[in-house]
Design a protein around this ligand. Structure first.
Ligand SMILES: NC(=O)c1ccc[n+]([C@@H]2O[C@H](COP(=O)([O-])OP(=O)(O)OC[C@H]3O[C@@H](n4cnc5c(N)ncnc54)[C@H](OP(=O)(O)O)[C@@H]3O)[C@@H](O)[C@H]2O)c1
Length: 262
């Protein structure tokens, strides 16, 4: 029988207080890993730790856009035993912007959706190099523009989303990094969600009717929104030994939403 076994593995997961990151913590722990769970909302992290086996989750409340965030995570990894096998960069969020948006809006989106995870990865590579199963998995997204007519505030309905550009940067960075780290046995991949029902999507599509209309308008072949656990399973697979030969990839988990072959 094929087993997804992550016993004795140590992981850092950002965006762990909600949505895809939170579901990922649950699946990695179920597979046997110990997880340092990073996000700003400490109460969510503590509540998550309490729902999972004692000691399996170490809450690490911090803002990944802070200049010292990567150093704080390094300190926490060292305090937890100095070992790391898996990094999942899941913190992020959609940032619809107007055509004349100021630099501050673009900079914030890039920090959250690209630079924060890139800096953290760089800081943690020395630990991953010591693992025989090093993994960097970044949750990105599609770069296909979509105007959401259901936004209550019409000014937010823009085809321009600064997080798309940040995620595209993450795709290019991840590919380059995969070529540098292959020699160390570290795989570097991205998982690109389609439309997954998490906190941020529940805010944009608050009712069943909003969601049904979006599925129809976007022509999502699966006929529904995805669930965070569906992303978490893909991430756990990439983190496992079963995915040892997969690197430099972008794997969409989108119910077929993306229209282009690549
Ligand atoms: N859901 C989708 O359909 C979809 C589509 C495309 C891409 N994605 C990507 O998937 C990833 C997860 O999104 P989600 O839908 O699960 O979102 P979510 O439910 O809104 O969760 C976002 C997570 O990121 C954390 N976060 C936000 N800003 C942070 C910061 N400055 N420092 C540390 N943590 C921060 C949040 O925690 P705190 O608020 O506690 O800090 C939360 O845990 C994101 O990268 C998102 O861009 C999602």
């Amino acid at each position: 029988m094929i087993a997804l076994d992550l016993r004795d593995r140590v992981a850092v997961v950002t965006g762990a207080s909600a949505g895809i990151g939170r579901a990922t913590v649950g699946v990695l722990v179920e597979a046997g890993a110990t997880v340092l769970a990073v996000a700003r909302r400490e109460e969510n992290l503590r509540e998550l730790a309490e729902t999972l086996p004692s000691g399996a989750v170490i809450p690490l409340p911090l803002d990944i856009t802070e200049p010292d965030a990567a150093a704080w995570v390094v300190d926490a990894v060292e305090a937890a035993g100095g070992r790391l096998d898996i990094l999942v960069n899941a913190a992020g969020g959609s940032r619809t912007v107007a055509v004349d948006a100021p630099d501050s809006a673009w900079d914030e989106a890039m920090e959250l959706n690209f630079s924060g995870g890139r800096r953290l990865s760089q800081a943690l590579i020395p630990f991953l190099r010591c693992s025989e199963h090093g993994r960097i998995i970044t949750v990105t997204g599609s770069s296909e523009p979509a105007t959401n007519p259901v936004f209550a505030d019409a000014s937010r309905a823009s085809a321009l989303n600064a997080s798309n550009s940040a995620k595209a940067a993450a795709h290019a960075w991840s590919k380059g990094l995969s070529r540098e780290l292959g020699v160390d046995g570290i795989t570097v991949n991205c998982v690109a969600p389609g439309t997954i029902l998490t906190e941020q999507l529940a805010r944009i599509f608050p009712t069943e009717e909003d969601r049904r209309r979006h599925v129809e308008e976007m022509g999502i072949p699966a006929g529904r929104f995805g669930a965070p656990i569906e992303l978490a399973h893909t991430i756990a697979f990439l983190a496992s030994d079963l995915a040892e030969y997969i690197t430099g990839e972008i794997i969409s988990v989108d119910g077929g939403k993306r229209r282009f072959a690549f």
